[in-house]
Design a protein around this ligand. Structure first.
Ligand SMILES: *[C@@H]1O[C@H](CO)[C@@H](O)[C@H](O)[C@H]1NC(C)=O
Ligand SMILES: *[C@@H]1O[C@H](CO)[C@@H](O)[C@H](O)[C@H]1NC(C)=O
Ligand SMILES: *[C@@H]1O[C@H](CO)[C@@H](O)[C@H](O)[C@H]1NC(C)=O
Ligand SMILES: *[C@@H]1O[C@H](CO)[C@@H](O)[C@H](O)[C@H]1NC(C)=O
Length: 174
């Protein structure tokens, strides 16, 4: 093998190396940008049960982490905050909210949401702040809320709820 061939074969190897690197990084950044399908799907289910001007921005022109009222984690594209207070929301709260597994903060206060508060909220083990006051929620306060073992603040006032706040709230999970 002469030196010319050596150079070209080593630059071919370099070239292939960069192709592989490019493909790998493209794949990584694509899945990163897509975020979690479960969160995306849950937000669309929540939107489907609510009518509001505010939620027209919840469309494919933006990543769901950039939708109005939605905040995702810095590294993982998972929904950590949903802040939709005083948005004139009408309709009800989808049980799919219980699939936003990283949710820490949920505020829907001062809207016109009706129906029951979904039991599925009890699946949100990271939830710390839950504000549902000043709506038209009715029915029984779900006992499952007591499963939100990290809940610090719960606001349910000014609704048509019956029952009491489960006494387990605030106690340790054991
Ligand atoms: C999305 O999150 C759910 C629940 O946390 C998990 O089961 C699922 O594997 C995740 N999907 C992806 C693509 O990360
Ligand atoms: C989609 O959302 C953008 C803002 O994010 C908004 O300007 C646009 O009107 C929306 N499109 C539709 C069809 O509602
Ligand atoms: C409640 O929401 C309405 C808009 O729907 C707003 O005009 C009003 O100022 C809000 N009230 C409070 C106390 O935030
Ligand atoms: C709510 O709690 C009840 C009683 O503990 C349980 O049977 C039910 O499966 C729970 N539902 C959800 C959606 O977590």
């Amino acid at each position: 093998m002469n030196s010319k061939q050596l150079i070209s074969s080593s630059s071919l190897i370099h070239f292939l190396f960069y192709v592989v690197l490019f493909l790998t990084s493209t794949t990584i950044s694509t899945s990163y940008a897509d975020g979690n399908d479960t969160d995306h799907h849950s937000l669309l289910e929540i939107k489907s049960m609510i009518t509001s001007e505010a939620l027209t921005s919840w469309n494919n022109s933006l990543h769901f982490c950039d939708w109005i009222g939605v905040t995702c984690g810095k590294w993982e594209k998972r929904v950590t905050r949903l802040k939709l207070n005083s948005q004139g929301l009408e309709g009800s709260l989808s049980p799919h909210v219980g699939n936003l597994g990283f949710l820490r903060f949920l505020s829907l206060s001062n809207n016109s949401l009706q129906g029951t508060i979904p039991q599925e909220l009890g699946r949100l083990s990271s939830l710390q702040f839950l504000y549902l006051s000043t709506n038209k929620f009715s029915g029984v306060i779900p006992v499952n809320i007591s499963k939100c073992s990290n809940l610090e603040t719960l606001s349910l006032s000014l609704n048509d709820l019956v029952g009491s706040i489960p006494k387990e709230i605030g106690s340790s999970p054991n």
